[in-house]
Design a protein around this ligand. Sequence first.
Ligand code: ADP
Ligand code: MG
Ligand code: MG
Length: 195
Amino acid sequence: MMDAARTRAWLTAAARLINANSGHLTALDTAIGDGDHGLNLRRGFEAVTAEATGDTPGAVLKAAGNALIDATGGASGPLYGTFFRRAAKALGDAPEVDDAVFAQALAAGLAGVQTLGGAAEGDKTMVDALAPAVTAFAAGGDAAAAAANGRDATESMTARKGRASYLGERSIGHIDPGAASAALLFQALCSVTTD
Ligand code: ADP
Ligand code: MG
Ligand code: MG
């Protein structure tokens, strides 16, 4: 079950994990991008922590999406912002939803990311962690582990979207920073839904 309080608990747990792993995310982005992913998301999730309030899961996620779009530089801000806004739209104004409905909202968020960014699985982006995590969540499986496996699988991929795609095959051998942050988001989600 997800209500507004648990949705907010997800986001504050995510902000803590992003903060704690910000240096690592930036190091990943230094290898195959421009070295700002940790900083971008730390700023973004500070805004989320401050601004993502509301009486329903949808209201909290919509405010989170707006905060990310406003506060986060780089490609990841609009992409994660869209993830939360599209999930919010799917939730509507229900005061609480069961896990199946929440899973559908996460799937809508993923679809929004893919529409905006044009990335498919295998393109070495956040989608490679988000997609298996959303599938696992819907099936009642371990979404955090699925996201982490998806993150790790990006290491052997060639980037086809985002800055890392400029490197072509030289992007092989590095984990995608956005896939790493997406795994943190699902680690946070599972920390508040598993009880
Ligand atoms: P920027 O590359 O603009 O500096 P960030 O460093 O914050 O932005 O985020 C980079 C991450 O964004 C990448 O590691 C990748 O996961 C994700 N990303 C970039 N472009 C796309 C896209 N078109 N579709 C999905 N994810 C993308
Ligand atoms: Mg970057
Ligand atoms: Mg940048």
